[in-house]
Design a protein around this ligand. Structure first.
Ligand code: HEM
Length: 471
């Protein structure tokens, strides 16, 4: 990652001077025809590099039109705040990005277009993600991590290089399946992981070059269909066996089966199916990538690792963390926050304007697609010194207070923020604390720099491979 953001176009601030003035909306720059043509290839080859080029040359807002698809790319905390919070009612997910992932998400919470259908689902599901519920899932996180660490003890010899992405991806998957279904995925984990990666590559490729249409029967699109059928089959099996079971369960599926809205009605079986699949995708894809990046960052920064060791040793003193310890592991949390800044896994999203609007002085016509990229936002030069450098102290409370809130939004913001935010943060802190409690992470000499692979979510290209030395 070499490109960086330099300039920024500050949104216009309208100072009331007492003298009435005619205020004209500011003009949003259009990408030149040459940049649009070059963009078709550039996006396919290096999507992140292309985004930086647009920001550098056009500023924090610009109309980008590539392959006939027009969208306003925004890159300023105030713009994000306007779209996601202040005027969120005017913005839906009826956009090109969510149409691309529609064959997979199909109206589940992540891809739901918005309005009352989304509000109802969110109301029904929200109570399952409150703090006491997440506290109940913390034991799944510590149990599964302990199990993995015990296995490492006899599986790896000193000096072995571990495929951290596969190991921790599997761990994240076991945690989400156990929390959702109380189920052990057993040896299906690896094939589910491979399916997710393949689906992400197919849909990510389509997003960067949307031709031919996703419903055309190309080999890739047919493969995607097969993957979706397999995932659907798995989800149906689990739900059907739960409906037939007399046993009492204390997992998310049980909560969702019994959840009702104000009027006493719950979810239809079809909607339940979609929501379960959305939760698997939301809960696995993002966390598994983050834990890989976390270990990579810790391996690259011995000073940070030393501080982590000191903290886990003093707070935990060798015991397994409980839910209450998560709040005490403050430096561990800073490392998680800084990793989510640099390698924010849900790195891009889109919204569509319902009615005409003005975003901080810029006129946005009705039915405009807006492209919001958290990767570039989190490295914005106006808000982060040396933005490409890993520095957990940026998340000391005194530093956080100096920045606008919307300079950092890995879980988005406003009513459509991530429902699994507390679940994810608890899981990430627990996994990092338990691994650093037991291991010292070392970057093997031959490991190349790990590059980002910007699919629908942000992956470490080729995975992260590290030496894990028992402490
Ligand atoms: C590091 C971990 C995670 C990150 C960075 C993350 C990030 C995000 C972001 C940015 C959004 C908003 C997307 C948009 O507006 O387009 C979102 C939504 C969502 N996430 Fe997460 N997420 C994480 C973990 C989880 C987990 C663990 C779950 C569930 C167990 C989950 C379930 C969802 C769902 C269902 C939504 C849609 C919410 C709605 O629209 O009402 N996520 N997530």
């Amino acid at each position: 990652m070499t490109s960086t953001v330099h300039s920024s176009q500050k949104p216009e601030r309208h100072v009331v001077s007492g003298v009435p003035t005619i205020r004209r909306p500011r003009r949003i720059p259009n990408l030149s025809v040459v940049d649009q043509i070059v963009g078709v290839h550039a996006i396919r080859k290096d999507q992140v590099g292309f985004l930086y080029k647009v920001i550098q040359e056009y500023g924090d807002i610009a109309w980008v039109r590539v392959l006939g698809i027009k969208m306003a790319m925004v890159n300023h905390p105030d713009f994000f705040e306007h779209i996601l919070v202040r005027n969120h009612e005017n913005y839906t997910k009826n956009t090109f990005l969510f149409r691309a992932v529609e064959p997979i998400l199909r109206g589940g919470l992540i891809g739901n277009v918005g309005g009352e259908p989304w509000r109802r689902q969110r109301r029904i599901m929200q109570p399952s993600f409150h703090r006491p519920q997440v506290a109940g899932f913390a034991e799944n996180m510590t149990d599964e991590t302990s199990r993995m660490l015990r296995r490492w003890d006899h599986q790896y010899k000193p000096g072995d290089v571990v495929n951290v992405s596969t190991e921790l991806g599997q761990l994240a998957m076991r945690i989400v399946f156990r929390s959702l279904f109380g189920a052990d995925i057993g040896d299906r984990g690896k094939s589910i992981e491979d399916m997710f990666l393949e689906a992400n590559q197919i849909v990510g490729g389509f997003f960067r070059f949307p031709f031919p249409p996703i419903n055309w029967p190309t080999p890739g699109h047919l493969r995607l269909k097969k993957i979706i059928r397999t995932m659907d089959g798995y989800v149906s099996d689990v739900i059907d066996s739960r409906i037939d079971s007399d046993e009492e369960h204390h997992d998310l599926l049980n909560a969702l089966l019994n959840a009702v809205d104000h009027d006493g009605t719950g979810m239809s079986p079809l909607q339940l199916h979609r929501e379960v699949l959305n939760l698997i995708i939301g809960g696995y894809e993002t966390t598994s990538n983050t834990v890989s990046w976390l270990m990579y960052m810790v391996g690259q920064h011995p000073d940070v690792q030393a501080k982590l060791h000191a903290e886990v040793d003093s707070v935990l003193g060798g015991r397994v963390p409980g839910f209450d310890d998560v709040l005490k592991l403050t430096y561990t949390r800073q490392v998680v926050d800084e990793t989510l800044r640099l390698y924010t896994p849900a790195w891009q999203t889109m919204r569509s304007s319902v009615e005409e609007d003005e975003i901080c002085g810029y006129r946005i016509p009705a039915k405009s697609d807006l492209y919001l990229n958290m990767f570039t936002l989190h490295r914005h030069r106006d808000y982060w010194t040396d933005p490409d450098t890993f520095e957990p102290d940026r998340f000391l409370p005194s530093e956080v207070a100096k920045r606008p809130r919307h300079a950092y939004i890995p879980f988005a913001s406003g009513p459509r923020n991530c429902i699994g935010k507390h679940f994810a943060l608890t899981e990430l802190v627990i996994i990092l604390a338990m691994i650093t409690q037991a291991y010292r992470v070392v970057i093997p000499e031959k490991l190349r720099d790990v590059q980002v692979e910007p699919l629908i979510t942000l992956h470490p290209k080729g995975g992260v491979h590290l030496r894990m030395d028992r402490r």
